[in-house]
Every structure is written in C-alpha cells, then in structure tokens.
Design a protein around this ligand. Structure first.
Ligand SMILES: NC(=O)c1ccc[n+]([C@@H]2O[C@H](COP(=O)([O-])OP(=O)(O)OC[C@H]3O[C@@H](n4cnc5c(N)ncnc54)[C@H](O)[C@@H]3O)[C@@H](O)[C@H]2O)c1
Ligand SMILES: [Zn+2]
Ligand SMILES: [Zn+2]
Length: 390
C-alpha cells in the first residue's frame, strides 16, 4: 500500500510499504477514506520530537471502512462499518480508561518502559507519534491496523460525510477539551494563543460554551479572519502588543481563562525570552520554546485557569512559577481524552451546532502529502488544514 513515511527532519515521502495485517485478536484493519495533517505532525516533521525512526508511517487523524476484524473485536465491529479512529489507542478496561482518562491508558503503549523513563509513568499508545507512545504505524496511508479496535473507534452514523466527522479523531475534541477544562462562566474572557486548527476549534468551543468574550492571538491574517468569523476579537502579535491589547480588552484585569494552542514551537517578535529559547533549543539545551506559556502566566487574572492543549515534549527554562503560585492559577493540560467527548460532539454535529469542516482549506491526494507538509508548516497558500484521500 501507499503511505507517508518519515525519513528524518523535513523528509517525508509517499512510498510503497507492506499492507498491515491482523496481529492481535482485538485488532481490526481499516481502509482509510480520509486523513489529515495535524500541527503535532509538524513537530515530527521539524525534528523537534525525538524517538522517531526512519521508516515510521505518519498520521493520527484518519477514518475509513472496516475491512477485517480480529476474533476478539468481532462483537463490537463489523466489516463494512464506517469509523473514525481516535489518535489515542485505548483498552477501555484499565483504571485510567474506566475514569475516562483515555490519553493515559495504562495498557496500550508497547514501549511503556521508554515512556516511564521520560515521564515517570507510561502514557497511552498513539498512532504515528514516535516510539515514546508505542511506535504504532499511522493513518496517512491506504490501510491502518487498529489495535484494541473493539474500543479504539467512533462509529459514524449514516448520512454524515467524511469531512463532517474526520476531525473527531483529534482537533475537534482537542479544542473542545481545552475549552471544557476552562470551566467557562458566562462572565469569562477566554484568551486563546494560536489560531491553527486546534485554536480554531477551541475558539468555537469557547463561544458555544458561553464565554462573554473570546480573544484570539496569532500573526497569520487568514487565520485571524477565520477566528473573527468564529466570534473572537483578534490580536495580531506582529502588529500590536499582546500585553497592551489584552489589558484594554479586560479593563486591566487579565483574562480569567487562557488557552495555549501553540505548543513547543512558539514564535515571538524579538523578545528577550524568545531569543534565549531559540538559542537554547537549537543547542539542544532546552526541548521546547515557552514564550506563550510565560505570556499566559503573566497575563492571566489571579485565580484563573491555564488550559494547555499545545504539545510540549520535555524541558523548558525560565518558567515564572512564582506568578502561577502567588496568583493561584490552575493548570490543566494533556493529550486529549478523545473518546470522552466524541458521543456529545457527534450529537452536536448531527444537530448542526458544530460544523468542523470550516477549517479545511486544502483537499489533496495522499501522494501530494509530502509537499503539503511544507505548505501547512509555512502557512503558504493560506493553508489552515489539509485533508488527504488515499
Ligand atoms: N493536546 C492534544 O491532544 C493535541 C492534539 C492536537 C494538536 N495538539 C497541539 O496543538 C498545537 C496546535 O496545533 P495546530 O494543528 O493548531 O498547529 P499549527 O501549527 O497550525 O498552529 C499553531 C499556530 O500558533 C501560532 N503561533 C505561533 N507562535 C505564536 C504566539 N507566540 N502567539 C500566538 N500564536 C502563535 C502559529 O502562527 C500557528 O497559526 C500543537 O502544539 C499541536 O501539537 C495537541
Ligand atoms: Zn493531532
Ligand atoms: Zn486503558
């Protein structure tokens, strides 16, 4: 089959690889009908996350049709059914899964020891996302092997198109969880850093959950326009001071809730802290650039919440923890517990409350994937979200 294969920094190729097959009784194989590129894939493309190996198949946002089912998944899945595959592989049975903490499933990571070495404890297996999370082949391919398939799926009701439901795999529940974790009150201002696909979903979720004011920050004009269309007041951080504008918009008190939808590759306009981060990250003395985190920690209103869906990999420097502690801020973060939210979100899609297709700017064939990584990374051609069909 064809798949997008990682060979190193900025080197992703569309290649022939062996078809996946059933390896465990709970597996299923799906024929991928749609898949997408995520901002998290860019961290791998840009070589910022270690534990990738040449030959790894990329992708953790995909959906398709079930073509083969292992004996122990048969009660739950049938050949021919349409499913969206969550990026988190879940067993559904461990203590964390039973609490709905799916992204920290205790069972599904086949490299638990590696994860425990990096993080103290294991986290869930993820598709196409480094050997730290199990080294599972991803879904930017014609076929995908789904481990623990009896639990690791979301069934698609008749009548919904691929594009309407594809983002249940990741960015829609990710933006939603980021907003839900803010416990939004009707009096709240929610400030969201980053207007990529995740930021866009967080903006619409925060509006839907009844925030009084949503502020969106980025520097890419078309992404800011999309944020405005979703109901946000926007700040272009290259043209205006984030600090001054936020002071104005919150009458000098700061937003009650702050969301970091940027992650470890934050850009900043020549501030001292960002130059320091770039140098340290380049010298491998620091794995992540923390400019957005610091800005949120300073600007957030006392007793407020920082919700962090943006991905961080390792160590960061110069975190103003004194501000977090003395202002009594709450930090909520994590890879998304996808299946915790998808029943509710699917219902909202069916009822027309949410239509996640608005982020799609590029529809291409899988073969065009390697070029689209660059287009998406560099925000060329007004690219916000790429959907590929194998
Ligand atoms: N927690 C999860 O489960 C989960 C799931 C999906 C994605 N993610 C992460 O969410 C983040 C965003 O993903 P995406 O797909 O939207 O990626 P993206 O790269 O398209 O979007 C990031 C956006 O942040 C903007 N940005 C950069 N520096 C900024 C700054 N200083 N202030 C404001 N905006 C700034 C960029 O211009 C860009 O538009 C990534 O870190 C990704 O890994 C996490
Ligand atoms: Zn993702
Ligand atoms: Zn589990």
């Amino acid at each position: 089959m064809k798949a997008l294969v990682w060979h190193g920094k900025e080197d992703i190729r569309c290649e022939e690889v062996p078809d996946p097959r059933i390896e465990e009784p709970r597996d299923a194989i799906i024929k991928v009908t749609s898949c997408a590129i995520c901002g998290s894939d860019l961290h791998l493309y840009n070589g910022f996350v270690p534990f990738m190996k040449s030959g790894d198949i990329m992708g953790h946002e995909c959906m398709g049709e079930v073509v083969e089912v292992g004996p122990e998944a048969k009660g739950k899945l049938k050949v021919g059914e349409r499913v969206v595959i969550p990026f988190t592989i879940i067993c559904g049975e461990c203590e964390q899964c039973r609490r709905g903490n799916f992204s920290v499933c205790e069972t599904t990571n086949r490299n638990k020891d590696l994860a425990a070495k990096a993080f103290g404890r294991t986290t869930a297996g993820l598709f196409g996302y480094t050997h730290l999370t199990g080294g599972y082949p991803g879904g930017q391919a014609e076929y995908l092997r789904v481990p623990y398939a009896d639990r690791t799926h979301i069934k698609v009701p008749d009548g919904l198109s691929d594009e309407q439901v594809l983002f249940l795999s990741d960015i829609l529940p990710t933006g939603w969880q980021a907003a839900v974790q803010c416990d939004i009150q009707p009096t709240d201002t929610v400030a969201i850093w980053g207007c990529g696909p995740v930021g866009q979903m967080a903006i619409r979720s925060a509006v839907l959950l009844g925030a009084r004011q949503v502020i969106a920050i980025d520097r890419i004009p078309e992404r800011l326009d999309m944020a405005k269309a979703g109901g946000a007041v926007t700040i272009n951080f290259e043209e205006e001071s984030v600090v001054e504008r936020i002071e104005e918009l919150t009458k000098g008190k700061g937003p009650e809730k702050c969301i970091d939808a940027v992650g470890l590759e934050a850009h900043a306009t020549a501030t001292l802290d960002s130059m320091y981060d770039r140098v340290k990250q380049a010298m491998m003395l620091e794995s992540d650039r923390a400019h957005v985190l610091r800005e949120m920690m300073y600007l957030c209103r006392p007793a407020g919440t920082l919700s962090i869906p943006g991905v961080y990999g390792g160590l960061i420097d110069k975190i103003p923890f004194g501000a977090v502690m003395n202002k009594g801020l709450t930090i909520r973060t994590g890879q998304t517990h996808v299946n915790r939210w998808t029943d509710d979100l699917l219902r909202r899609i069916e009822q027309g409350q949410i239509d996640p297709t608005f982020v799609i700017t590029h529809r291409v064939r899988l073969e065009d994937g390697p070029a689209m990584y660059e287009t998406f990374r560099d925000k060329k051609d007004a690219c916000v979200k790429v959907v590929m069909t194998p």
